[in-house]
Every structure is written in C-alpha cells, then in structure tokens.
Design a binder for this molecule. Structure first.
Ligand SMILES: [Zn+2]
Length: 174
C-alpha cells in the first residue's frame, strides 16, 4: 500500500535523526495500520513546559535531540487517529521489523514496564548516544514550529477532535 505523510507528520519529522526518519518512512510503507507523527523534536522550552504540566517526566527526553517521535495509529475501521493498544501492537512490530531491516536500533515506549508509552519510538541510547552531534549542518533545533496560515479556519471536526485527543494523552509523552 502506498501511503504518504500528512503535512502534520512532515512538520514533526523535520529535524529528526535521519536514521529514525528512515525507520518511520519504511514503517509507513509496511505497517498494517496507517499512522501520523504527532510529536517530533522539542525545544528545551517546550520540554520544560511539558514537565511543568506533568506531561513529561524528564528533561533528558530523546525528543530534545531529535532521537524520538510520538505516533498515533489511524483506526482502519473509521479512519480516525486512536490511542489504542491493539493498534499500537500492530504498528510496533512493523516499526521493529523496519528498523531491523535497516540495521537501526530502536526502542518502543510500549515495551517499557514502569511507564508504558505506546506512541513513543526512539533510537537506542546505546547505539545513538545523545552527545553524538547531528546533523552537522541541519536546521536549528530551536527554530519556531511552522504555524498555520492566518487565513486558515479554526480547527473543526477531525482536527479539533484530534487536538483534544493529543491533549488528553499528553500525559504519557516522554
Ligand atoms: Zn515521546
């Protein structure tokens, strides 16, 4: 099946480590369920905000360095993004298989025992230490996130629902 990233996914994939991007590209192609990338690289300020809100537990997040993404599966039954463990259990094996094929070491937050984080995929700390600089000449990581055009209508329907969903599940984001 040929799938394409949504604009939102593409925004969240900007400034992500190219190896993780490659895994996500391959996963999108092969996964039995479609998904979107709901969060990518974060600024220190954004992470501090999430920690202050209790939405994240660490200032050592892999999101700060472009080594992690959060994804949301699309339920094939109704085309809606859902935080749904059965969907994650279809998506995660596809991501792991893609990573294996590409020789990239990843960790799925859903495998953590203390604080399961279904949406979260990251490059392994062991193979991808935080201090390893990349990309050498990439965009600034604190570049402001793209904003919708001023004439864009307020989110309605699926977009509004989706924003609410993301807010509701922000607690589990690392
Ligand atoms: Zn995450």
């Amino acid at each position: 099946m040929t799938r394409h990233w949504s604009d939102r996914s593409l925004r969240n994939l900007a400034n992500i480590h190219p190896d993780l991007r490659a895994v996500m590209d391959a996963t999108l192609k092969d996964s039995p369920v479609d998904f979107i990338v709901i969060e990518g690289r974060r600024t220190q300020a954004r992470q501090a905000e999430l920690v202050a809100q209790g939405a994240s537990r660490t200032m050592n997040s892999r999101h700060l360095t472009g080594h992690a993404v959060d994804v949301l599966p699309i339920d094939p039954a109704d085309g809606r993004g859902k935080f749904d463990w059965p969907l994650y259990h279809q998506l995660a094996p596809a991501a792991k298989a893609a990573a294996d094929r590409l020789g990239v070491s990843i960790t799925w937050g859903g495998d953590w025992t203390s604080f399961r984080d279904g949406p979260h995929f990251e490059l392994s700390w062991h193979e991808y230490p935080a201090g390893a600089a990349w990309p050498a000449h990439g965009p600034r990581m604190d570049a402001p996130a793209p904003r919708p055009a001023p004439e864009a209508p307020a989110p309605t329907g699926l977009a509004a629902w989706f924003n609410a969903l993301v807010a509701a599940f922000s607690r589990v984001r690392r």
